[in-house]
Design a protein around this ligand. Structure first.
Ligand code: PXP
Length: 244
């Protein structure tokens, strides 16, 4: 069965909006695990806009499943990863102004720098994944720098699914790229993951791509949880007011 990694960055986004100590990231992670998540993902961004260093240390101690740390190849964050030793690291590109990770990492262009980061992380036992566009040349470069996994960026897949529809040339072309990149990854012995923009409408189609190991999903799950939980939250408060 394909695994599900849940990205809980946006629990921290809510917390940081008020600089409070709640909602608790650990509580959220444990609910995800109890509900079937196979791993928990957080992105320690250089600007620390949501996840903070202490979150990653605390998750490392508390999780029963696996911790997947998304990170840029910057020396400061590499040092933290080497200290925390998450189960997985997913190398991502990072621009300060972006709302979320836009596009995959250009492994082909930055092969030498990334190869040395991958080697350092692997040396302490971390399994290393590369977040790349669905492009066979990028997959090849990941294999050449000795990465263990690739995570195919499904942002375009999600966009074309929603805006153009599954019968559109754009969607079909992206689907073909995902299939080709997946075949290449499996042929090179890389573990195959995918993520970004996956939601309750578009998940079914991507599940049909052979060889998928895990999907990493964040925003749609956290957004949906507002509606599955908001009613209860209001009822509980109303109940307390009723007691007063
Ligand atoms: N995978 C990677 C590498 C990401 O950077 C993100 C976004 O943080 C995701 C998966 C999850 O994307 P989404 O929040 O759109 O589900």
């Amino acid at each position: 069965m394909i695994k599900l990694g849940v990205n809980i960055d946006h629990i921290a986004t809510i917390r940081q909006a008020r600089k409070e100590d709640f909602p608790s990231l650990i509580k959220a992670a444990l609910i995800c695990e109890k509900s079937g998540a196979d791993s928990i993902t957080v992105h320690l961004r250089e600007d620390r806009r949501h996840i903070q260093d202490r979150d990653v240390y605390e998750l490392r101690k508390s999780l029963k499943t696996k911790l997947n740390l998304e990170m840029a190849a910057s020396e400061e964050i590499v040092e933290i990863a080497l200290d925390i030793k998450p189960d997985f690291v997913c190398m991502v590109p990072e621009k300060r102004r972006e709302l979320t990770t836009e596009g995959g990492l250009d492994v082909k262009t930055h092969k030498n720098k990334l190869a040395s980061v991958v080697a350092r992380l692997k040396k302490v036992g971390i399994i290393v994944s590369m977040f790349i566009d669905a492009d066979t040349e990028q997959v090849l470069s990941c294999s050449e720098i000795n990465a263990d996994m690739v995570e195919l960026h499904t942002g375009k897949y999600a966009k074309f699914f929603k805006e153009n529809g599954i019968a559109s040339a754009e969607f079909k072309e992206e689907m073909e790229k995902i299939s080709e990149a997946s075949r290449e990854a499996i042929q090179k012995g890389l573990i195959l993951n995918a993520g970004h923009g996956l939601d309750y409408d578009n998940i079914e189609r991507i599940c049909k791509v052979p060889g998928m190991n895990e999907f990493n999903i964040g925003f749609s799950i956290i957004a949906e949880s507002v509606f599955t939980g908001l009613g209860t939250a209001v009822k509980n408060m109303k109940g307390l007011i009723g007691k007063g």
